[in-house]
Design a protein around this ligand. Structure first.
Ligand code: SF4
Length: 265
């Protein structure tokens, strides 16, 4: 894993596409050590070499805090922020650097924003003291399957889904708005048992999304490794639809696609 510091030109980007219901996206890092095989974020890297080596490098935006501090004179008021769209703000390097935590502190002290944190990492629980202080904040925990074999095939360097479920249980138990994002939903072994596991977390909100298959010059899609794994496992839109139907009947509030990610509290 190559970890480098790199100065960013900006830290807040206007949200667009799937998450255009937000005002801004905020990515403390570029690149991501979690290296999911299906990651669409890889397509937004500036060079083919970085795209090809996705998952093996992380660029730390070492001036992220400074860029935000410059906004103190023009504070953000009632803006919605999605953190993060092309990296995981709680990937392993965050444990040592605390950049995401410092950004939360700055946002809390000098701005008034509504925040959605998107992660696959239990490390988010470290920052519950700050997250609960926002006027509105939600933690979206991505949980992709009930099957560890599948998880290891598609997301070998991500935390196991059981750890993610424990973490989001703690988020909900702390009284913080919590959502499990089943996105993308990977092959599921036992949909009924999976639904029970999800309900047992105490979380009330769920979002679901099938793979983005289409890819063109302007539309990011699922990477070829993940597409090959899907074909191997014979998982397709019909299987997704069947599992979605069962989960919709069992989960208190399941929304699909953009509606599931929208900044609504
Ligand atoms: S955690 Fe998110 S950003 Fe990181 S590799 Fe996986 S899908 Fe991509």
């Amino acid at each position: 894993m190559q970890i480098q510091s790199q100065a960013a030109r900006s830290i807040l980007s206007k949200a667009s596409g799937f998450i255009s219901d937000f005002d801004f996206t905020l990515n403390p890092y570029s690149g991501c050590a979690f290296a999911c095989t299906y990651c669409y974020a890889a397509f937004f890297t500036p060079t083919q070499a970085l795209q090809d080596s996705w998952g093996q490098w992380v660029h730390v935006k070492d001036n992220a805090l400074e860029l935000l501090q410059r906004r103190r004179k023009r504070p953000l008021v009632d803006k919605t922020i999605y953190m993060s769209s092309v990296t995981d703000p709680y990937q392993p390097v965050e444990k040592k650097l605390g950049l995401t935590r410092a950004i939360l502190r700055e946002l809390l002290d000098y701005h008034r924003v509504h925040l959605v944190i998107q992660t696959r990492s239990p490390l988010v629980c470290r920052d519950l003291d700050l997250i609960r202080a926002f006027p509105s904040a939600r933690v979206n925990m991505t949980v992709t399957t009930d099957d560890e074999t599948i998880r290891k095939a598609f997301e070998p360097t991500c935390p196991p889904n059981a750890q993610r479920l424990n973490a989001i249980r703690d988020v909900a138990a702390a009284g913080i708005d919590a959502c499990v994002t089943l996105a993308p939903l990977l092959p599921v072994r036992d949909a009924e048992a999976f639904a029970q596991m999800l309900v047992a977390t105490g979380v009330r909100k769920f979002a679901i999304q099938h793979f983005h298959a289409a890819r063109s010059r302007f539309v990011a899609g699922t990477g070829p490794r993940a597409l090959a794994l899907l074909t191997e496992r014979r998982w397709n839109a019909r299987h997704y639809a069947l599992v979605k139907l069962l989960l919709a009947a069992r989960l208190p509030d399941l929304r699909e696609g953009r509606a599931g990610f929208a900044p609504v509290w």
